[in-house]
Design a protein around this ligand. Sequence first.
Ligand SMILES: Cc1ncc(COP(=O)(O)O)c(C=O)c1O
Length: 414
Amino acid sequence: MELPPTAGLPLQLSDFSSALFSKYSAEKSFEKALAEILQADALDIYSSGTLCLRIAFETIKELSGRTKVIIPAYTCPLVPIAAHAAKMEVLLCDTKAGGFDFDLSNLEKLCDKSIAAIVPTNIAGLPADLKKPKELARAFGAYLIEDAAQSLGARRFDFEHADITVYSLAAGKGLSLYDGGILHCRDAELRVKSRLIGARFTRADAFLSLRRSLEIFGLWLFYNPQGLKFVYGNSLRSHLKQGDLLKAVGEDFELDIPAYEFGEFRKRIGLSALRRFPEFLSKNRLRALFRKKVLEEQFALDVLSEEEGTEGSWPFLMLLCKTQSDRDKIMDCLWGSGLGITRLFIQELPAYEYLRAIVPQVSMPNARDFAQRSFSITNSAFLREDMFRQILSSLIDLGLGRSDNQKMTTASES
Ligand SMILES: Cc1ncc(COP(=O)(O)O)c(C=O)c1O
């Protein structure tokens, strides 16, 4: 038995038959259905979230004539790789203490009239604070690009929005189509420009299209507690044994960004799966909120939470221990257990050896601390109540229970 580290919507055989046999037209396309869910006028699909970021960066570079972009020091290494590919200079902003939003005083210091874009980033499906970054972007004539790669389906009731939002459809994301990304430009000028630039990256490739069609079939076949052992768990344990943490979490990225046309077959599968997406999201949220409460009541750790006026998509629960040694104890015990426990980004961006040439080597103490004390628990429906209880037992055995409340209750009992 092996659980996925994130809650991805499992594909069904009916998605494939629907893709093969149902009518598909521009009016009833995947893009249209997604745009409805995201309340967008229009959006575009490319071969990855990283490529969408690259296109977004190139778009704003051409429109503004500026080449500097501010990204958080705790984010996916693919983000500076996308900026580098767009020939942009990366500036790192530290995260706020104990969180993933920008440290605002650091952000203010970095902003001036040479900045092309600020990139607030949603982590663990939780919408980032856009308000202050947007004010700063407006004050200095920069664009706001929301990196929502981890949060397709999260909602904002705070009426804040970025100029461009990027989502990921990679394996393990909420809506997984093996790979893919969504680029949503709010302004018509940005959209027209981004489409011109995007066209350079949408080369039809029959071989890759066929390969991806087989891979998405593999995703359906293996994305379950029996199959994941073969395509995820065994290699995870082998990398952990060798002490190769970057490989364990799949962060050993190349600087090259693959770019090709996202095939229609997978869009058709996406359209079919999308019908189950709203219900999947609301169940995920309820489960996550229950489990977050149980964890916080019983253990001396924090679970990252939604800001007021937002609803997360909750692919996993992101937890912050009091100390790095608590976090390491948990990982030693549970990382290879098959129960969907892992770490997100292993370290702050300047610490990645292979990013040395493209991110500034500056000290980012909050981002470093966050990477050192955090871990995640899957919010997949495959994590049944009895398995969640097993995780709680392990945390108690490790001496992490709150001393005033060692009694174990689970969401189903409370
Ligand atoms: C925060 C963040 N940004 C960007 C990306 C890149 O998305 P993709 O894997 O679709 O290229 C990821 C991927 O996990 C991510 O987590």
